[in-house]
Each structure stands twice: as C-alpha cells, then as structure tokens.
Design a protein. Structure first.
Length: 120
C-alpha cells in the first residue's frame, strides 16, 4: 500500500502550465473611448472614497444617504475626481436604485482603474 502512495506523488514543478494569482481583479469593458465596470456603493459611510475591490467590483464608500439620488451624485463626484475627468464624463448605466451599479466613464482607461485598485 505504501508503494502505491509513493507512485501518486506529484511535484508542483512537474505541472505543464504556470499558475498566476491575481489578487484584485475588476471586470470591465473598454469600448468607444469609455470604460464600463461594476461598482458596489456603501452609503452612509463615515467618509467618501474608493475602498478597493470586492467580488469583482470597485467598492466606493459614500458619506451621503441613499435618498433622492444624493448617494449617486456623490458617487459621480468621487469617480470623476479619481479619474481626473469632468462630472459629465461619468454615467450610471444601470442600478440607479441599487447598491450594485454599472458605471461608464468616457475618456478613462483600464490602466487608471488598475492604479486606483492597487493604491488601496
């Protein structure tokens, strides 16, 4: 029995493919000069700002309450400031009344999004 177990022993170096680990990944699409990605909003936070990545989305903390679109306006301000673009470049595509939103930013690129994630 012991010899059968020794036969099944495999070293990691014997595997044919290389395994890479990407700790923080946000799914996005870049088309038509704009960057579209998912955002998870945490409303009524103690401060406003980008909190990093969570389950494939960009997590943004917003101090404003989710009443009368105040949190959405704050989200647009935070993203525009982070990407150094005007407010009208940021658009909430879907999820206006939800914590999970899809956002399109005209003039943004994936490199800047990656920079934001890695800085947190």
């Amino acid at each position: 029995m012991l010899s059968a177990l020794n036969y099944l022993r495999i070293s990691v170096y014997d595997l044919p493919s290389t395994i890479y680990y990407a700790g923080e990944v946000i799914r996005y699409s870049q088309q038509g000069g704009g960057l579209t990605f998912s955002v998870r909003v945490v409303a009524r936070a103690s401060f406003s700002g980008i909190a990093g990545e969570h389950d494939g989305t960009l997590r943004v903390r917003v101090a404003a309450p989710p009443v009368d679109g105040a949190a959405n306006k704050e989200l647009i301000k935070i993203l525009a400031k982070s990407f150094k673009l005007p407010l009208n470049a940021v658009e909430i595509v879907s999820g206006v009344n939800s914590k999970s939103k899809t956002v399109r930013i005209q003039g943004a690129d994936a490199a800047k999004l990656e920079q934001l994630i890695l800085s947190k």
